[in-house]
Design a protein around this ligand. Sequence first.
Ligand SMILES: [Cu+2]
Length: 115
Amino acid sequence: MKRMHGIASFAVLAMALLLAAIPLLETPALAGPPTAAINIDNFSFTPPTITVKAGTQITWTNKDDIPHNVVAEDNSFKSKVLDTDEQFTMTASKPGIYMYYCSIHPKMTGKLVVE
Ligand SMILES: [Cu+2]
């Protein structure tokens, strides 16, 4: 009986150690900053409005056959002209509401909300 109790205690201890180790696996280096993705497709930004936490890394990918770019109305960010499958990444560090557009096709607009 005493031996059984010892095994049970060991099992509980092993489980506790395992659970304690889980946060160690989620190191910032592995997890990285939060990310968000916006596709440019068929002359539109998808999703057209996105809300992210400050510090989020946002990547736009041009899925169109036509070059586009990403330009903030307040000029706080601006990509180069993106060819098909090219990407533009930036970190949204400052909270605010950012309207942006494609300067090649100004009717293409999007809205980025940083909280
Ligand atoms: Cu465009």
